[in-house]
Design a binder for this molecule. Structure first.
Ligand SMILES: Cc1cc2nc3c(=O)[nH]c(=O)nc-3n(C[C@H](O)[C@H](O)[C@H](O)COP(=O)(O)OP(=O)(O)OC[C@H]3O[C@@H](n4cnc5c(N)ncnc54)[C@H](O)[C@@H]3O)c2cc1C
Length: 478
């Protein structure tokens, strides 16, 4: 198995260029040390007041953190996809980033989701004011954030979004609290809210753009505190208070849920790409240790059991990447669609649920396994492997839990015959398509409770079969 992220990507004939290789080299030489020290530092400090008692809500990361963060922005991780009308560069750079630091990919991902929402759906005046600031290729770029989840829970947004948006004197103001808000401190955030007096219903969610500062220069939202997380410490996740915050409606009022899901889908594909990258890093760290550790007279990697496990892990990584990358290719095809969406969008949605669900689990399993291969060294926090498992545990949860992915995939199959679209898509890649068709039909024939009860088992099988079919697109020799 090729060990570095760029060497792995090349197995899939992905065109990289020198700057991506330079980015990878920078991480090996310098970035990884910065990333590790940010992780070890723990929760970033929130400085809430100035000496005169005014709220400032500043995050005190060391300057090296910003050097690391700005690198990909300077390379155009947000700008280039809009120039090229393709997200490939965004996801390739995300793969390399996540190999070293999956938390660092979060600011880029939520910035991209925000920029895409503004680009596609904001009023011309709002777009002209804010979009150019988001696609700068320098340190003055405005970052984005996507804040939907509230204290009642993130899975059921329809019933748990209590943030209220009110329209008065030609302006929207928002009041409420967001409980898990990554990239807290971002210059712009897209925020889910309910318009005043509308009852709780998924179709009554709307999406708003909320800048960090009001027009008069005062804070437009407040950071109540920063979460103390087990991993992804290179992105600050906070609790946000919206108090008469100025906002701009994005798209039509009744389109909120579609726009939220569009933003989430960009993130779910990023999560899948990041999960495979972290899973690869786990194999990389396991291989580095196992090649040098000697037991019973030879390197542990040369013992038959471990040798087979390494082969299994390598082959599974290829399948996982093929599945995640198919989402990237498919997203490029539907990127500028708006509701009502095409069948291709439905297929993209299904693939994305499968990929988010399946790859995050592989990341967790690989990181656990890498720890076992490293033996006692695996659990010591001074070495790299212990961190990997902490990082991995966040991947299945944010952007929608495994249950959510499984139940949403089930819905696409039951309501939209998603499995038939998937089979047609995989038709030329062998007999896996007919197995997927069978599983989808069996789910459809069950009563709803039975289908829901067994959904994880079926969706796991469908994900694996899809990945096995897709990897055949690439003639990989390793
Ligand atoms: C580090 C981190 C950063 C985050 N950043 C953001 C962010 O920037 N913006 C944002 O909006 N959110 C963010 N989140 C929130 C994240 O999206 C939620 O944690 C996630 O959606 C789950 O919501 P919850 O934690 O409230 O769990 P809940 O929704 O309360 O769910 C609890 C459990 O119940 C399960 N469950 C729920 N419904 C069902 C069902 N029908 N059947 C079976 N099981 C079910 C869930 O799968 C889960 O296992 C972040 C989370 C983390 C951990």
């Amino acid at each position: 198995m090729k060990l570095t992220p760029t060497a792995f990507l090349e197995l899939f004939d992905i065109n990289l260029g020198e700057e991506i290789r330079d980015y990878e080299n920078w991480f090996f030489e310098e970035g990884l040390k910065i990333s590790e020290s940010v992780d070890r530092m723990g929760t970033v400090h929130l400085k809430m007041f100035d000496r005169f008692g005014n709220r400032t809500d500043e995050l005190l990361y060391p300057s090296e953190y910003y050097r690391m963060l700005h690198k990909a922005y300077r390379m155009g991780i947000i700008a280039r996809p809009f120039e090229e009308k393709s997200l490939k560069f965004f996801y390739i750079l995300g793969y390399v980033t996540s190999f070293f630091d999956p938390g660092l990919y979060c600011p880029y991902t939520v910035s991209m989701a925000t920029a895409m929402s503004v680009y596609k759906y904001a009023d011309e005046k709002v777009r002209d004011e804010y979009f150019p600031k988001m696609i700068r290729k320098n340190d003055n770029l405005w970052q984005g954030a996507t804040w939907m989840t509230e204290a009642g829970g993130g899975s059921d947004l329809a019933n748990n979004v209590e943030t209220i948006a009110e329209y008065n004197n030609d302006k929207w103001t928002l009041n409420g609290e967001k409980y898990f808000s990554s990239n807290a401190g971002a210059e712009l955030a897209i925020v889910a809210a309910r318009v005043k007096d509308k009852p709780k219903h998924v179709k009554n969610l709307s999406l708003f753009l909320v800048p960090r500062y009001k027009k008069d220069g005062t804070l437009n939202y407040f950071i109540r505190r920063i979460k103390d997380k087990i991993g992804t410490r290179s992105v600050p996740t906070g609790e946000i208070e919206l108090k008469n915050s100025e906002g701009y409606l994005i798209g039509k009022e009744e389109w909120g849920i579609y726009l939220i899901l569009e933003a989430l889908n960009i993130s779910r594909v990023a999560n899948s790409i990041g999960s495979v990258a972290l899973a690869q890093r786990a194999v990389y760290e396991a291989q580095k240790f196992a090649s040098r550790r000697v037991a019973f007279g030879k390197s542990i990697i040369d013992h038959p059991l471990l040798k087979r496990q390494f082969e299994d892990k390598s082959s599974q990584l290829l399948k996982a990447f093929a599945l995640a990358w198919e989402c990237v290719l498919m997203l490029d095809e539907v990127l500028f669609q708006k509701p009502p969406y095409s069948e291709k969008y439905t297929l993209f949605r299904l693939l994305t649920h499968l990929a988010k669900f399946w790859t995050a689990e592989i990341a967790v399993q690989n990181c656990k396994w890498a720890m076992e291969v490293n033996g006692g060294m695996g659990v010591l926090s001074e070495y790299p492997v212990e961190r990997l498992l902490r990082e991995a545990m966040i991947l299945p949860i944010w952007e929608g839990t495994p249950h959510r992915q499984v139940l949403d995939a089930l819905e696409v199959i039951i309501k939209k015959d998603g499995h038939k679209l998937l089979c047609a898509h995989l038709e030329n890649l062998g007999e896996k398509a007919s197995e997927i068709y069978e599983l989808g039909e069996r789910l459809k024939q069950m009563n709803p409770e039975e289908a829901e009860k067994n959904a994880d088992i079926y969706i796991n099988d469908i994900s694996q079969l899809t990945a096995e079919a897709l990897v055949k697109k690439y003639r990989i020799i390793f």
